[in-house]
Ligand binder design. Structure first.
Ligand code: NDP
Length: 339
């Protein structure tokens, strides 16, 4: 799947096309390439920022480099090796790596993050709760916010891949947790299945500031921001003194430049609020701690896993577009074949 041209605002399925290309399923003699049959593709919002013609300004960060219309789109993928010229990989190895929105990818060793051994949990967890979504949630919450038991935590896009894990970590720590999401069904999921104390549908609120105040009459200690825009402004208005805002992403701003947040900076000064952005890759030093803690929670059944699957390579455009319409509940994955 490729983009036909750069996308400047909200993505539509018509912006993408299926491109068929012959792939030599045998390797040239002497090649150290690995041919991977892709099984599970992670669908992630940040890619929209690489589909814009002006994304070049972020060239320094590899996962912000602009994509080229008509060329392969890279993504986090779990696949099975079908041929390998590289001695470190052999046929039938299951690997996690940065491959492509395609049925097969020919990759170099440096694109392979690791081999996945069979484990007690589904392989797809390595794209979500045990992968980058989980690490993002873990690092962005524990490392950036330094939460304490009993603190009041607000999470936006709370039913999404990162947000639902943040809310669950916060509940497991003993915080009061409120999430916002874009439908009544999602609100019910947060409260009834994931244990959030409260949740609300931001699309039904006329005054976001008043909505946030309703759930935090004494203020917010920690805001985990996945959306930016007006919700960030409302959260900052309701922070307590020394509150921490962890800026994970600003999805409401990716497709509409008019949504750019302008929080009340005087509030920041008087209340000594910290607002800090981060990248999941910043937390590789705590990957072991993250994995140990998350596996314990999963084994105890304390952490619920929500995945949202679509089938087949042709479903990639709608799966991706759906992220910006709130179609997904939990980690969005496109399944191409089973392991
Ligand atoms: P999600 O699974 O949360 O999917 C995106 C969700 O965002 C949608 O389901 C939708 O839920 C919500 N959304 C879409 N458009 C809007 C809008 N205009 N206003 C408010 N909410 C909107 O995706 P992820 O968990 O993968 O990502 C969440 C955020 O974290 C994104 O901003 C992403 O870029 C960022 N991120 C950052 C990383 C980092 O390293 N810093 C790593 C991974 C993700 P709803 O129905 O509630 O509107």
């Amino acid at each position: 799947i490729v983009i036909k041209h750069y996308i400047e605002d909200a993505p539509k399925e018509s912006h993408f096309k299926v491109k068929s290309e012959a792939l030599g399923l045998s390797l040239e003699p002497g090649s150290d390439d690995v041919i991977v049959k892709n099984l599970y593709i992670s669908i992630d919002p940040y890619l929209i920022n690489r589909m814009k013609s002006h994304s070049a300004s972020h060239n320094a960060i590899s996962f912000a480099t602009p994509l080229i219309p008509g060329k392969a789109i890279d993504a986090l993928v779990i696949g099975k090796v079908i041929a390998s010229g590289n001695a470190k990989f052999e046929k039938d190895d299951v690997v996690l790596g940065v491959f492509t929105w395609a049925e097969y990818s020919v990759v170099k060793e440096q694109s392979i993050i690791k081999k996945l051994e069979s484990s007690e949990f589904p392989l797809t967890y390595h794209l979500g709760v045990l992968g980058f979504s989980g690490l993002t949630a873990y690092g962005g919450f524990f490392e950036i916010c330094r939460p304490q038991k009993g603190e009041k935590v607000f999470v936006s896009a709370a039913s999404g891949s990162v947000g639902n894990i943040v809310g669950q970590y916060a509940k497991l720590l003993g915080c009061y947790v409120v999430g916002c999401a874009g439908s009544q069904k999602k609100v019910e999921l947060l409260k009834e299945k994931l244990g959030f104390d409260e949740a609300f549908n931001y699309k039904e609120e006329i005054d976001l500031n008043a909505a946030v105040k309703r759930y935090f009459p004494d203020g917010i200690d920690i805001y985990f921001d996945n959306v930016g825009g007006k919700m960030l402004e409302a959260a900052v208005d309701n922070m307590k003194a020394f509150g921490r805002v962890s800026v994970c992403g600003v999805i409401s701003e990716y497709t509409n430049a008019e949504n750019k947040a302008s929080p009340n900076m005087l509030n920041l000064v008087y209340k000594r609020i910290t607002i800090r952005g981060f990248l999941a890759a910043d937390f590789m030093n705590v990957f072991g701690d993250f994995t140990d803690k998350t596996l314990d929670y999963l084994r105890d059944g304390q952490l619920k896993v929500i995945e949202d699957r679509s089938l087949g390579v042709e479903s990639i455009p709608s799966a991706f577009v759906g992220l910006f319409n709130g179609d997904n509940v939990g980690k969005k994955i496109v399944v191409l074949a089973d392991d």
